[in-house]
Structures are given as C-alpha cells and as structure tokens.
Design a protein around this ligand. Structure first.
Ligand SMILES: CC(C)(COP(=O)(O)OP(=O)(O)OC[C@H]1O[C@@H](n2cnc3c(N)ncnc32)[C@H](O)[C@@H]1OP(=O)(O)O)[C@@H](O)C(=O)NCCC(=O)NCCS
Length: 172
C-alpha cells in the first residue's frame, strides 16, 4: 500500500538517493520525464534543490509516493507560472512512478493529490504536457478531467528523434 506525503523541505539522503534511482530507471527505460539521458547525481540534486526551494517559497507543491519499506514509488509536483498575469495558474512539471510500481493506481492518486492541493492553493487552471507517444499518461490525465487544448508537432527532441507534445489543462 503506497503512502503519499507532501514535501515541506529538503529530503533526507536516503529518500533523495531512492528518488534518484527511480529517475534513472525511468529515463533509461525511455520514460518521458524531461531528461533525454539520465542526469548525474549532481544534476539531479540541483534540480531537486530548485524544486524544494519553490515549495518553501510557496510557489510549488510536491508529493512523494512511498512504497514498501520506505522505498520511493513516485513523485510529482506543480509550480505556479512566473509571469505576473499567469500567476493564478500552475503547471504540473513532472509526474512519475517507478517502473516496478506502475499500474497500481499510484499515478492516479498522485495526480489527484496535485489537483486537490492546487485547488486549495487557489490555482484557477492547472496545465500539464505529455509526449505524444505517452498514450497511457494522457489517458490517465483525461480520466482525471484534463482536456487537450493543443498539440505541437515535433516539439520534443530526444537525440535525433522528434515527438509531438500534447498540451492538457484542467479548470479548477
Ligand atoms: C504515467 C505514470 C505516471 C502513470 O502512473 P501509474 O501509477 O502507472 O498509473 P495508474 O496505475 O494510476 O494508472 C495506469 C493504469 O493502471 C491501471 N490501474 C489503476 N489501478 C490499478 C490497480 N490497482 N491494478 C492494476 N491496474 C491498475 C489504470 O486503470 C491505468 O490503466 P490505463 O492504462 O487504462 O489508463 C507512469 O506510468 C510513469 O511514471 N510513466 C513514466 C514516466 C511518465 O511518462 N510520466 C508522465 C509524463 S507526462
């Protein structure tokens, strides 16, 4: 049974290391979470510190899913848009579930918690995007009430390959 916790500050080293392993596993498996190749631990730490900083500043909400024995099962977060006229809205920048824990409803619960926390924070529209070939993720978002508002052909570059980007949003 997975547990879900909202991050309030820096992760302890064991949790951060577990989260790093999950990220590396997903990227090596071809998962579309924004890295074309696995980040180094230093690059990952820099990214995580930046997300935690945004959480501390009240700009973002991050949820960590825990699996059996304290292992990390998944992670997701949203962040407010920086532009003053867009600050009433936020973007789900990353959502992922460890390969071994997928298909058990963890992703659905993670996204639901992100939606709920955004609503509580007064966010008016929550956006997210997915690589066009990530049909499972898009189906999950649509099931949770996100609707497609756009489609950018050949927008995502992974080495020599180009993928479409699907844009989705949910009015809260
Ligand atoms: C996309 C992702 C976050 C979904 O997470 P997940 O935990 O596998 O999602 P869920 O289990 O909630 O739902 C996935 C499927 O499992 C099914 N499912 C849900 N609960 C289930 C259960 N208890 N037992 C079996 N299957 C279940 C769902 O019905 C869903 O089926 P679908 O393919 O018809 O939509 C995950 O696959 C992932 O991290 N992928 C790689 C990274 C990625 O693509 N991230 C999204 C970037 S936009």
């Amino acid at each position: 049974m997975a547990t879900f916790v909202r991050i309030r500050g820096a992760l302890d080293e064991r949790t951060a290391a577990n989260l790093y392993s999950v990220v590396v596993g997903i990227v090596l498996g071809g998962g579309a979470i924004g890295w074309a190749s696995p980040p180094t631990r230093a690059e990952f730490d820099e990214w995580l510190a930046e997300v935690v900083g945004a959480v501390r500043d009240g700009e973002a909400v991050a949820v960590l899913a825990g699996g059996v024995g304290g292992a990390v099962a998944g992670f997701g977060y949203w962040r407010r848009y920086a532009r003053p006229t867009l600050r009433v809205n936020a973007d789900v920048e990353k959502v992922f579930v460890a390969a071994a824990d997928q298909g058990q409803g963890i992703g659905e619960r993670l996204v639901s918690l992100l939606v709920e926390s955004a609503r509580q924070a007064g966010i008016e529209t929550l956006t997210l995007d997915a690589r066009g070939d990530n049909v499972g993720a898009v189906r999950l978002y649509e099931r949770l009430g996100f609707t497609r508002y756009g489609h950018l052909p050949a927008f995502v570059a992974v080495g020599p390959y180009r993928y479409d980007q699907v844009l989705l949003a949910k009015r809260l």
